[in-house]
Design a protein. Sequence first.
Length: 553
Amino acid sequence: MQTGSTVIDLCFRGWGTLKASGVEPESNLIPVTATHVRFSILFFILPDMLSPSMTSKAFRSIDSITPGHPEAHETEVIEVTTGPLGQGFANAVGLAIAQVHEAAEFNKPGFNLINNYTYVFMGDGCHMKGVASEAASLAGHLQLGNLIAIYDDNNITIDGSTNCAFTEDVNKRMEAYGWHTETVSDGDNDLDSIDAAIKKCQAVKDKPSMIKLRTTIRFGSKLEELVKFGFNPEESSVVPQAAQDLYNKKGAKGAALEQEWNQLFEKYSKEYCAEAADFKRRISGKLPKGLGDWSGRYIRYGVRKHAIGAIMNGLAAYGTTIPYGGTFLNLVSYAAGAVCVSALSQQRVIWVATHDSIGLSEDGPTHQPIETLAHFRALPNCMHTPSIIALSRQDLPQLENSTIPSAIKGGYIVHDEEKANIILVSTRSEVGICVDAIKTLKEQHNLAARVVSIPCFEDFDSQSKQYRLSVLLDGIPSMSVEVMSTMGWERYTHQQFGLDRFGASGPYKDVYKKFEFTPEGIAKCAVATVDFYKDVHVQNLRSPINRAFQHFI
């Protein structure tokens, strides 16, 4: 794979600083979003963790640090899990934004602490993805001169030749976004021209840059050429000693550069004590004692929904920022790919997702989330790496017993009555309606109810079984109430009252009434639930919390 050799050659020429250990803030960042290049990246980032031969032999094996696609949480020196095509490009935009912001805040005269570049390798498939276009547009608008994309134009995608579906002039499109572009006609052999193109891009300070490399797929990979180059065609996953020696030499150079930066930072710490302490705090991932002045920290993304998520992943990966972004809950679905990569790579990204139900009202079914929470509840790690905070549009009452210490447990009792006949389990805006239904149940049906709020499934699941059973008791039928898909609620309740169809357009109170999410409608379903279980002996009605096993790996 020619671009893979280009990656290694360019990094070994010195424009990419090899990191000797951990995260060194001045190191150049190299996201690789083109799938066919990702394996090559392993050969020059793991000098102290694994030899090149061992790296290649362990490739794609169980519990190795070299999975098929590099993963940040599995391998210490991988900055980002780039995931599906295009994600890594948007991650690179986030990394570049973070670098510019941190440099503006911490660099001082004589102390150019943060001056690294972000280089991203991409292919034709990346350019076809909408998330890459969204991110490229924003990068051009922000004039990110520290971002350089290297585009492997090999005329091939997984769908075949690009002639069948992708014939646009990519350079002109990127220039229209506000990018500087360079083209190297012979990306297979002319490494000096590639090096010169990078230097030209580095000189452009007010625009991001893209270098288009015209390459040949599988150039130099024929069997007979292995012999010509001195390789034994009978061997695989073998790195010659000379190559490994060069590899180790570059690792030592990276260690020296890191030490040089550490000495600079030590001097900086003496002259700028407060700034140095704050910088260390950010790298450690700790929150400040006081929030302070937030001016200058707001990014105007426009309405680039998917790019918001992928760029936030890059911001988080830089290591000095916990980013948060806001949009409608239903529109977080646009960014589902980026949210999944956040979860896989355990990035601390926060989504503030408003307008979280059919309470969105007049905007109608196109904007009302039905399946969204079920989807993200099913996503592993979606609790704090990343987090999705779903908030309602409509005004909600302040409920007695709704407290932060209770909510932190993920599930708690909002209202209780002696000898309750049913447990109403809800979350978000429907909790208040369940509380209102208590009066209807008592006055019209002579039934008592406990009301439970479960704002976070994951937090509730992490509590002791004893606590969970104290909230969702044995011997009492339970019913969930949520104006969304009922999927997932069977883990906590015997019956589920939800919305397994699309919503409707109208004033939110009318929409709730149409689907019977009213005190009367909830009471009707609660009565039906009590009647259904009335012939079941109390001792035989076990809480859904009682399961054969709770499988966490």
